[in-house]
Design a protein around this ligand. Sequence first.
Ligand code: CP
Length: 311
Amino acid sequence: MPKFLDMDFKNKDVISINDFSKEELLHILKVARQMEQKPKGNLLKGKILATLFFEPSTRTRLSFTSAMEQLSGEVIGFSNANTTSIQKGESLWDTLKMTEQYADVIVIRHPLEGSARLAAEAASIPVINGGDGSNQHPTQTLLDLYTIQKVKGRLENLHIGFVGDLKYGRTVHSLVIALSHFNPTFYFIAPDELQIPENYLDELFRKKIKYFKTSDLNRFGKEIDILYVTRIQKERFPDPLEYEKFKGVYRIDNEFLQHAKKDMKIMHPLPRIDEIDKSVDSTQHAAYFEQAANGIPVRKALLALVLGKAK
Ligand code: CP
């Protein structure tokens, strides 16, 4: 998939954040702001979105559905592949060849890395990656960028901490790449076994981006502008006993916040398990519910752009 150099997103797939230039990311955020300020009721009338979810989801599937319906489009799909002919042995490829007959755009979530790319090759209509294994979650990244822009007023020159499962966390992988356009300083906070994969660090080194690695949550507390907290990704561990070793390893609570910058914001792609104490929800630091709500304007923008209904 080439870069969208001409800023024309019509009929494009949204598979990897690596496919987007800085200008394209900023353009999508601009369209999302327009969607939030002036929602256009009939923009997607007559269009059908197919949501193919081979893995559980609350936010991604429901916010895509809500975005489509708020713009008068319709939604078909499944949230459990066991109810489809995949169960009878139909391939992912054939499932996509069928779905393109019934819809104008597809959102797919699948446990296998690279599945969204395969889906895009199979289907002639736009395919949007709603998460492929531990690889990428580009639409989450766009709503993360949108949130950062809103809560900090800028994307440039921020100190961003990532804490939790940085090995399997696809939202971290996509966001690190996207933020690399904006001269960040990164703090990767994780047990050694769950640290950010080396290929991301190689990329940062190549781009001359400053980063620090530690397992100590408190080490850089005073420097961080945004703390991006993640769940330990239980479903990705090959050995369940390995997960037991790491569950509950970090917990953001009021005690931690005493040592943070006053205007530090906490983000989380959600769902959370126990890594953010509920008492944090009512503090000025919590941005994670607002972050989830931002999925609506951002996904409206993406749907409108790939369906050729926004420029
Ligand atoms: N952030 C996110 O992808 O949430 P869901 O798994 O609920 O879609």
